[in-house]
Design a protein around this ligand. Sequence first.
Ligand code: FIX
Ligand code: ZN
Length: 418
Amino acid sequence: MKSILSEASRVPFAAQVEEIVASTPIYDIHTHLYEPVFGELLLWGIDDLLIYHYLVAESFRLHDVSYDKFWSLSKTEQADLIWNTLFIEHSPISEACRGVLTTLHALGLDVKKRDLPALRQWFAGRTVEQHITQCMELAGVRNICMTNSPFDDLERPVWEKGFHRDERFTAALRIDPLILNWPETAPKLAQWGYSVEVNPGSKTYSEIRRFLADWSKRIDAKYLMVSLPPDFAFPANTVSANLIEHAVLPHCREHNLPFALMPGVKRAVNPQLKLAGDGVGLSDLNTLQNLCAQFPQNKFLATVLARENQHELCILARKFRNLHIFGCWWFTNIPSLIDEITRMRIELLGPSFTPQHSDARVLDQIVYKWQHSRRVISNILVEKYTELGQTGWQTSPAEVERDVKELFGGAFEKFCRG
Ligand code: FIX
Ligand code: ZN
């Protein structure tokens, strides 16, 4: 079938859209990266790229090293094993493997040599500062939002000591242990000077709010955040639901902070794989619907892990302006699903959402995660503007720029401010 627009009339505008999508700076709103002051918590370089938990999981399907043996290996030995298994003995065609190569290529390294020692040597000659600047430039990322946990014994002391903030990085207050494991978390808060009890009552809720206020202020949190198992329910007569209702949501209202929910993760489906052992399950999004409906004065950010939940999530966002959906999270961060999910969101929500976050755990990953996603988003936008053109509507480059800025962080920032 002949296309409605001839190639000649389509290409110049398509090229302009591509150029705008490729060059618009991004606010990466959820990562596991850290400002340089956190030292070793900020992972970067070839070995950390290779032992990313996505690759660890994939490698166990193709080598026969036991779990115990694998975890007893040094970082370099694990990286060697993964390199040999996933890149040398098989072709690196999975998304996570391709990502390593996209990143190395963008950094100017010759991947076809398959020379791991040479790659290590190149990284050894770099400083972290130099690397942050280059990776952010290559990824076109203007700001990186960290995931910050007061419950992390390595991270907490750095915040407590205080430091001069790096303006490229923003913070998000992660509170999984508080919501999902209160019996073990309560004694910690008590130890830190908050007068809380394992069976929460009004005094405990107000002390938790004091704790949340102290930490939101200390880290200048842009939002609070929790990941949830698929069967998480609200309302419910559970400690978790009560903590959300009586401590977290009032705190968020008082400080005008969104609460980010990430439902769908089944933690430790295979504990032997450690960080790589989490799985996915279908969530009951009535939970999110109930929260949005019952607390219109609260703002909710959400991303869901199951592909089968994505359509329902879009419809919820159409119903509730206090819900902002974001990212293709983790197992959905593969080109085929980014394409499907982003198309669906654009078709149902226009530009009022944030299509992607990197979830990078290793600094260098922002390069591939954003290059790959930009390409998919770009193709979808070209198609959508072309379809508009078929109605006689003309979209100017300035209008495309405006839309892409919204998608790449502008809409998120407005939602946070609102
Ligand atoms: O809970 C989360 O924030 C998840 O993104 C991580 O825990 C997960 O391990 C991950 O790295 C996914 O990309
Ligand atoms: Zn994450």
